[in-house]
Design a protein around this ligand. Structure first.
Ligand SMILES: Cc1cc2nc3c(=O)[nH]c(=O)nc-3n(C[C@H](O)[C@H](O)[C@H](O)COP(=O)(O)O)c2cc1C
Length: 341
């Protein structure tokens, strides 16, 4: 996929996930899927905070070379602040600036940001035009199917965005009211693909080579994967390899223990202990799903307060898992899992 001058190859994108896709997670996923992640997107960053030079928000714009190409996603309502935020994102070296038009969280929507922008198309058009003019890098948007069942206006919003100079449209095929419930509306995704010339990237429930195949059938220029990467950090390679009709290697308990430990190291490089433990527990709760004994691992690790105790528990579990490996490969098979809402 080509987004202006930015080549996204392979056409697989790590979705923006607030509280998840910080630099540590982006690096983890890129390292675990060498050559198989074409683009990563940051967590959404408030332009209200960014334009007031909030330290944490400025830090969220940072990334390392190995994460490139990278899109920085911003959210907000006020056009001047959006322009300032977009410029700061570009100045941080982002390859792409993305505007969030899909967040359903009440705190965001009540202030006019996220999916509320899909209900205010005239304001959105002014905002996109102003931000587009202020940037030299490509501008993209991430939208939803619409506000609710009665307003599935993704195709209309996509056309407006294209007219305003947006270079790619990602669409989560659920409405704002659905949040993460129910199923993705692939007809809406298809209607967006048919409405615009710019690349369209579907998001939602792509968590296996099979679901990737269905998404491609809807005309996807690339696929965006979010929760599937928490559940299965090797999903990008598995989808990429399945395209080449090659078998992905079997994942084992040891792989899971290893990836948790690698994430811990990366998180500790950039976050305070409290945030490290929060993000790690969130990861463990997903990545151990389908693992034999996974429920016990989640119970033991995710109820341990304080980083030192947590690290001790993790090391104990990793040792157990590794010594079990020596006893025979039968104990290693991973049963697979499914995406939780
Ligand atoms: C914890 C979490 C945080 C999210 N944060 C963002 C965000 O900051 N920006 C955004 O555009 N979408 C966000 N999303 C939506 C995802 O990017 C994605 O569209 C959605 O989860 C559906 O895709 P999936 O089934 O692959 O997860 C978030 C989703 C989750 C689960």
């Amino acid at each position: 996929m080509q987004i202006g001058p930015v080549r996204v190859a392979p056409a697989l994108v790590l979705a923006p996930m607030s509280g998840v896709t910080g630099s540590a997670f982006r690096r983890l996923i890129k390292r675990e899927n060498p050559g198989c992640v074409g683009l990563v997107v940051s967590e959404f960053i408030s332009v209200e905070a960014l334009s007031r030079n909030n330290r944490r928000s400025l830090e969220m714009c940072r990334f390392s070379d190995e994460e490139k190409p990278i899109a920085i996603q911003i959210f907000g309502y006020d056009i001047d602040r959006m322009v300032t935020g977009a410029r700061l994102a570009e100045e941080s070296g982002a390859d792409i600036v993305d505007i969030n038009c899909g967040c359903p969280v009440p705190k965001v929507v009540k202030r006019g940001g996220g999916c509320e922008l899909m209900r205010q198309s005239a304001h959105l058009a002014r905002m996109l035009t102003a931000v587009r003019r202020s940037l030299t890098v490509p501008l993209t948007v991430k939208i939803r199917a619409g506000w609710d069942d009665g307003t599935r206006n993704a195709a209309e919003i996509a056309r407006i965005a294209e007219e305003c100079g947006v270079s790619m449209i990602a669409i989560h095929g659920r409405t704002c009211k659905q949040a993460y419930k129910g199923t993705v509306d692939w007809d809406i995704v298809r209607s967006v693909v048919e409405s615009v010339k710019v690349p369209v990237v579907p998001s939602g429930d792509i968590c296996s080579p099979e679901s990737a195949f269905l998404a491609r059938q809807a005309g996807a220029a690339a696929l965006m994967i979010g929760r599937g990467a928490l559940l299965n950090p090797w999903i990008f390679s598995e989808i990429e390899l399945s395209g080449e009709k090659r078998q992905a290697r079997k994942r084992t308990e040891v792989d899971v223990a290893d990836v948790i430990e690698k994430y811990l190291v990366l998180l500790r490089e950039e976050l305070p202990d409290k945030a490290v433990i929060g993000r790690l527990k969130q990861f463990i709760c997903q990545v151990t799903k389908g693992l034999r004994g996974g429920a016990a691992v989640r119970r033991d690790l995710c109820t341990t307060p304080g980083l030192p105790d947590f690290m001790e528990q993790l090391a104990r579990w990793s040792d157990t898992v590794r010594s079990r490996t020596k006893m025979g490969p039968e104990s290693l098979l991973w049963a697979g899992g499914s995406v939780d809402a």
